[in-house]
Design a protein around this ligand. Structure first.
Ligand code: FAD
Length: 311
């Protein structure tokens, strides 16, 4: 039976998280159907159909699906689940919200945040904030899986586009929840999980004004996304959705620049797969230097303005 991959999108644009989760889904089984559930989401469905390795796109277009609420989306997926061996999603906010509900409704043990597909029923996943890798074999007849996309490359567009099939959304009820509002930090900068370069600040910054004064100008010069440690977020120096780490976002950019971040394991859990890691810290004993490819022992308030000038 085929694999059902839940697409991550905003109705108009398919997130590249889907193309990465598709790589994992294709390793689980060769026949992958992508579910694009949304409202006026035809554009996103057409983009999904372009990805190589997709054999069919299911488009569920319904205003009740406009905002990725877990309740209607899970009900829709459960109504389709009889046709599938595995239900897969990127471990994004949407995937992490919806798939546990699907797993519970189907009475299946979800396998979360896989980083490698060993075989159709066996997967590797990090535990203890990434300090150990667990190999898990699922004995459930049907699998429910979220994918840590930082560990998989994007499946490129290619070949003949897959067929887009509009499916009925009559079968589910959406009475349990209603959408009220999104309170999102809006920015022209690249999105953290897909950025090629990230510059992050820690507690050392001391205030949101200092983030603006020393981190943002360098980010602008580099075309980078901006991240933060949990200490910086908890102190109110940076918005919540900048947080990188075990309880924040997991990223793997080409270049990660950590400024005034000590390198606690919970932070490393979110960025240690970055290709090149640069650390700026005034304490030469800071643990971040153990994983940094390039380390600069310096006061960030001197180093960053100099870097900006040099750039
Ligand atoms: P600190 O540890 O205080 O480090 C500040 C660093 O800045 C120090 O190394 C210091 O030498 C340096 N510094 C100070 N002044 C300067 C200067 N002028 N120039 C240069 N360097 C300077 N943390 C996360 O980041 N993400 C998570 O998702 C996360 N999840 C967690 C989950 C759990 C369950 C727990 C218990 C903790 C979690 N944490 C997480 C918190 C984590 O343990 C650390 O407390 C946090 O990462 C520390 O942030 P920091 O490095 O900014 O601050």
């Amino acid at each position: 039976m085929p694999i059902l991959l839940l697409a991550d999108h905003d109705n108009a644009t398919l997130s590249d998280q889907t193309a990465k989760a598709l790589t994992a889904a294709s390793e689980i089984g060769s026949d992958v159907h992508v579910l694009v559930a949304g409202s006026s989401a035809k554009k996103a469905a057409e983009q999904a159909a372009q990805l190589s390795g997709v054999s069919k796109v299911l488009l569920a277009d319904d205003t009740r699906l406009a905002n990725n609420l877990a309740e209607p989306l899970a009900a829709l997926i459960v109504s389709l689940s009889g046709n599938y061996d595995a239900i897969v999603s990127a471990a994004t906010s949407v995937g992490k919200n919806v798939l546990p509900r699907v797993a519970a409704l189907l009475d299946i043990a979800q396998v979360s945040e896989i980083i490698e597909v060993v075989s159709a029923d066996t997967f590797k996943r990090p535990i203890y904030a990434g300090n150990a890798i667990q190999t898990v074999q699922s004995t459930d007849a049907k699998k429910v899986i979220t994918v840590r996309t930082a560990s998989f490359s994007s499946q490129p567009p290619g070949g003949a586009p897959a067929a887009v099939e509009e499916i009925s959304t009559a079968a589910f009820s959406s009475a349990l929840s209603t959408f009220v509002a999104d309170a999102l930090y809006s920015s022209d900068r690249p999105e953290l999980t897909s950025a090629k370069i990230i510059i992050s600040g820690g507690r050392a910054l001391g205030s949101s004004e200092k983030f603006e004064e020393v981190i943002l100008p360098v980010a602008d010069k580099l075309g980078a996304a901006v991240g933060a440690s949990r200490a910086a977020v908890d102190a109110g120096f940076a918005p919540n959705d900048w947080q990188i780490g075990q309880t924040g976002k997991v990223v793997a950019p080409q270049l990660y620049v950590a400024c005034g971040i000590s390198g606690a394991i919970q932070h490393l859990a979110g960025m240690k797969d970055s290709k090149v890691i640069v650390a700026i810290n005034k304490d030469e004993e800071a643990p971040i230097f153990q994983i940094a490819d390039y380390g600069l022992v310096a006061d960030l308030f001197d180093a960053l303005p100099e870097l900006e000038k040099a750039l």
